[in-house]
Design a protein around this ligand. Structure first.
Ligand code: PHE
Length: 451
């Protein structure tokens, strides 16, 4: 059955589409400030080691599960063992929660890209611009609509003709833009102090929280535990070398995060005269601080436009992967045609985006557990459900169907060089790390600890 499924035309198609999913807002705003905060070079090294061990094992598990089962997450677990179909359902709920609010943020990025293209970065750099914009009712929703239409059109084009085609164009463009802006930023007067701050290994601030912060970031950055890797695995050519592909996606994702740091850390450093606390501003770093930083630079309009276009490309390829995962579920489970599945998801996502968007304006008096709507959906999906789904996936592979299923699938298309590492990871180390991430991220989300 799996052979009849439409899929990527080549290994490169898989690598670029999967990297497109992995490279997103997490790489561009979150990674640089975590790295700057947790000891620069020491954090980078920790992150790289964790990527090649923990991240690698989880990613190859999901991709191999998907390719072997030949179906999206909702049926993949049941394909191996009927009693465990529920893990597929649990995993499927996650992109369903994330997609609508991701489109709200995508809408904000669209707005910033448009305003920068019109030369309006100076306006966007004012203190009240961002809060003024997100607290409106209609305009942010119009931006969501634009972003959602763009995502839906690509996914409606199919795996080869839409997702793969667009990723193979967008990802190289993204890399070129990223290298361009990074070079520009590190050659500004005074930027070298920022580069040193970003890269110099320091043990100050390094501790168990560093490792947990790196693990949590890695998890999100590699789009794990959302059914995306299972779905994309099911589209992967049977002959494509699985280990090599997964390694390339990891290098891509980590490389982009690293370059994003080279772009943002020195720029903020110059602007703030070496005050690194600005980097810790979370989401407002992107929408409030960076416009100010760009506005203070030479060629401000060009650099801001290029930056926000590259962020838009990163956000689009991630939302495409989310929608593709959801559409695949509707097609696999309810036998819908691709077009019908796209329209159905478009309507559902648009409706569900409304509370997340209005939560910053007309509905801002409504909170759940102290969160506004968007942060609540983010908390439930990223901090609670994703670690649970990943934990269950490890137990499922490690103890129910046994890791040999994954090993055989990987070896059917090439060598499995990190097999021993994978076996130890999936059975023992990864489940423990995931429980630690769960506890840490829930405590962090509820405000008991700060990252
Ligand atoms: N991996 C993305 C990032 O680093 C996050 C993401 C991808 C979220 C796909 C949702 C869906 O930003």
């Amino acid at each position: 059955m799996s052979n009849e499924r439409s899929g990527f035309s080549s290994r490169l198609g898989f690598v670029l589409a999967t990297a497109g999913s992995a490279v997103g807002l997490g790489n561009i705003w979150r990674f640089p400030y975590l790295a700057a905060k947790y000891g620069g070079g020491t954090f980078l090294l920790t992150y790289l080691i964790l990527t090649l061990t923990f991240g690698f094992s989880l990613m190859i598990t999901e991709v191999a599960l998907g390719r072997k089962a030949g179906t999206s997450a909702i049926r993949a677990f049941g394909h191996f063992n009927k009693k465990h179909t529920f893990i597929g359902y649990l995993t499927t709920i996650i992109p369903f929660i994330i997609f609508p609010y991701y489109c709200v943020i995508g809408g904000w990025v669209t707005k910033y890209a448009l305003i920068s293209l019109q030369g309006g970065i100076h306006n966007a750099a004012s203190d009240t611009f961002f809060t003024g914009f997100i607290s409106k009712s209609a305009e942010p929703m119009i931006c969501v609509l634009v972003f959602l239409i763009a995502t839906t059109v690509v996914v409606a084009g199919g795996v080869k003709g839409g997702v793969e085609r667009v990723s193979t164009i967008m990802m190289p463009v993204l890399i070129v833009l990223l290298i361009g802006v990074s070079l520009f930023c590190i050659t500004r007067p005074g930027a070298m102090a920022g580069v040193a701050y970003y890269l110099k290994p320091s043990l100050k601030g390094f501790g168990p929280t560093t490792i947990l912060a790196a693990l949590g970031q890695l998890f999100y950055s590699m789009s794990l535990a959302m059914g995306i890797m299972i779905t994309f695995g099911s589209y992967m050519p049977k002959k494509a070398d699985l280990e090599k592909s997964v390694t390339q996606v990891e290098i891509f994702d980590t490389g982009v995060a690293f370059l994003a740091g080279l772009m943002i850390v020195p720029a903020v450093f110059v602007f703030s005269n070496g005050d690194s606390s600005m980097l810790a501003k979370g989401p407002s770093l992107m929408f409030v601080m960076l416009p100010k930083v760009f506005d203070s630079m030479a060629f401000s309009s060009v650099i801001a436009a290029v930056f926000f276009i590259l962020v838009l490309l990163a956000a689009l390829t991630s939302s495409i992967s989310l929608l593709e995962t959801l559409v695949a579920v509707l097609m696999d489970k309810f036998h819908m045609k691709r077009g019908t599945a796209c329209i159905t998801m478009f309507i559902i996502a648009l409706l569900l985006a409304v509370p997340s968007s209005l939560g910053f304006g007309a509905w801002s008096n409504i909170t759940i557990l102290g969160f506004d709507f968007l942060d609540f959906f983010d908390f439930i999906s990223n901090s609670v459900l994703m670690p649970i789904a990943a934990f269950l996936t490890c137990l499922f592979v490690g103890y129910i169907i046994k890791p040999k299923v994954i090993v055989d699938e990987v070896e059917s298309s090439g060598e499995f060089k990190r097999k021993s590492l994978f076996l130890i990871m999936v059975k023992y180390i990864a489940p423990i790390c995931i429980v630690a991430i769960l506890v840490f991220s829930v405590l962090e989300g509820l405000g008991f600890i700060t990252v």
